[in-house]
Design a protein around this ligand. Structure first.
Ligand code: GLV
Ligand code: MN
Length: 221
């Protein structure tokens, strides 16, 4: 009875939708096909991800990582990102997850950057951070967060964190990719190899050549 009121076209659309829905439309990395696949970072074969270590060679140590327990050395921006991605922590290979520790000197900035392969969530552990991101329509969302407060950054969008408190600050971030990647705007534009031609940057920012050379020199290029 109900079926008779639905056209063949609508039925077809429903079937196509049902077929498509189970696909991981909203996830970043693909689902694993086994319990684990500890990355063999030295493997000679290359694929979309890393090959697994032989199961016989996997040990407890592959699933634990203490790299985020230590404060990072802050860079010229006054921040230090310590990653626990697959390159540092091979146990996360194929699990679709990873984390960072981000340390901030007073006034430090984790400069505008984006992660092409993951959304990010974060929690402030110490201090006060101004956290902001920009949409593809140039809308700017931001808030000052204190210890215990969280944020999310939608996949691929440019974002930053600035220490606006009195002393140091600390945050931990998490990603739905074992290797989220980071495109850091200032270093991408002013410290790439080879260098972006000055004429591209003078036109982009509507400034003269000297200013572009000065900015490049700050990054040692
Ligand atoms: C913060 O934005 C981070 O990428 O860890
Ligand atoms: Mn980030």
């Amino acid at each position: 009875m109900i079926l008779s009121t639905i056209s063949h076209f609508q039925l077809l659309c429903c079937l196509v939708l049902l077929l498509i829905l189970p696909l991981p439309l909203y996830s970043a990395d693909p689902d694993p096909l086994q319990d684990f696949c500890v990355a063999d970072l030295k493997a000679s074969a290359s694929l979309n991800g890393f090959p697994c270590k032989l199961a016989a060679e996997v040990t407890s140590g592959d699933f634990f990582f203490d790299g985020l327990s230590k404060e990072g050395n802050t860079t010229i921006f006054g921040s230090a990102v310590t990653p626990a991605n697959v390159l540092a922590f091979p146990g996360v290979n194929t699990l679709g997850i990873s984390m960072n520790r981000v340390d901030f000197a007073p006034g430090g900035l984790n400069p505008p950057h984006s992660h092409p392969r993951a959304s990010e969530s974060g929690i402030v552990i110490k201090g006060k951070l101004l956290v902001g991101f920009f949409t593809t329509n140039n809308v700017f969302y931001s808030k000052v967060l204190s210890a215990g407060e969280m944020f999310v950054i939608p996949r691929g969008l440019i974002h930053f964190q600035k220490n606006v408190g009195e002393g140091k600050a600390l945050a931990f971030t998490a990603f739905n990719s074992h290797l989220p990647g980071a495109v850091i705007v200032p270093t991408t534009l002013f410290a790439s190899t080879p260098s972006v031609p000055n004429q591209v940057l003078t036109k982009t920012f509507q400034v003269d050549d000297d200013l572009i050379s000065t900015i490049k020199s700050k990054f040692g290029s």
